[in-house]
Design a protein around this ligand. Sequence first.
Ligand code: NAD
Ligand code: TYD
Length: 354
Amino acid sequence: MILVTGSAGFIGANFVLDWCAQYDESVINLDKLTYAGNLESLASLKDNPRHIFVQGDIGDAKRVARLLAEHQPRAVINFAAESHVDRSIHGPEEFIQTNVVGTFHLLEAVRAYWGGLPDAEKSAFRFLHVSTDEVYGSLAKDEPAFTETHRYEPNSPYSASKAASDHLVRAYHHTYGLPVLTTNCSNNYGPYHFPEKLIPLLIVNALAGKPLPVYGDGQQIRDWLYVKDHCSAIRCVLEKGRVGEVYNVGGWNEKANLDIVHIVCGLLDELRPQAEGKSYAEQITFVTDRPGHDRRYAIDARKIERELGWKPAETFETGIRKTVQWYLDNQSWVNNVLSGDYRQWLEKNYSERA
Ligand code: NAD
Ligand code: TYD
């Protein structure tokens, strides 16, 4: 079996759903259930005996040690993190606690467990750390995309905390020989994405008749990948990746934020038309920029393509259409996450933006 952390969140939930649909191997799912963790995303696995959910913190090394001893997983995949840049600007402490200190405690528990395995299991064991392209910092318009050897230049408390966790993972391989793999992926989008992030926020706000907030001039560029393609890349790295290596994962799909906003509005105009041909684009509102906002991310995914034969299945056009349709079809999932906590966050993040 495998142990997956943080899989009540956006990417982890998609990963576990796909895993259980494709494999017979069981999954233990360790998640703290912060505001971003949502068991409703895993509702279809409720009666599946191959999915064991445990509420707990990756920073609780004793708890993790007990889980490892009891279930003897052949791999640990670490998705658990605080993941939202704007929240890290308002309150960085949780990011340090989970992404840095939590990853450290998780690594310690895994190192002790791995050290006690018999030789064959020891060499087959993998610790896969899921990270982000944001650790590489910001690119100018004409600079080449991030390769795995690009220097680390994190600019936000979020990306700095992820960078620190990447370094710890690397050090545990270099010093202790722990068989680690690291993936650094670009921006994901797709089902079960919490509507504090750009794409789901746009869909939810558009349908509610609310402003579509564009930070600064909207010309910041992100490289977007459909979440199921990220999950297939992680499975591929887990099975075929070379121990100690880093793999960048991306969709070769750079887009300016304002273009994303227009694409989402165009799809909603088609799929959920408003009266008298009014466009959702009329709700676009430019607001004060994010402090320290990275201008451009772009992933060079040639290493994972060349070495492991991975390629994304979706283009942006097919992926974004599926995503918008999913939000239209899953209004009750959306309504349930729009809790008091979510409304407080919107108030905090947007009330001070002119
Ligand atoms: P998310 O915020 O949607 O989910 C994070 C999950 O981790 C939640 O279920 C939360 O309850 C859980 N969690 C938080 N702290 C925990 C702790 N201390 N112990 C156990 N569980 C804890 O995040 P996501 O978007 O699904 O991202 C998952 C991972 O992928 C993160 O490590 C993130 O840095 C990375 N990543 C995300 C993106 C993206 O576009 N979303 C891109 C590249 C990499
Ligand atoms: P986000 O989804 O928060 O991901 P990240 O900051 O990790 O890239 O934001 C994506 C881009 O969209 C980023 O450049 C910030 C911008 N953005 C807005 O313009 N308006 C918003 O309301 C949000 C949440 C993000």
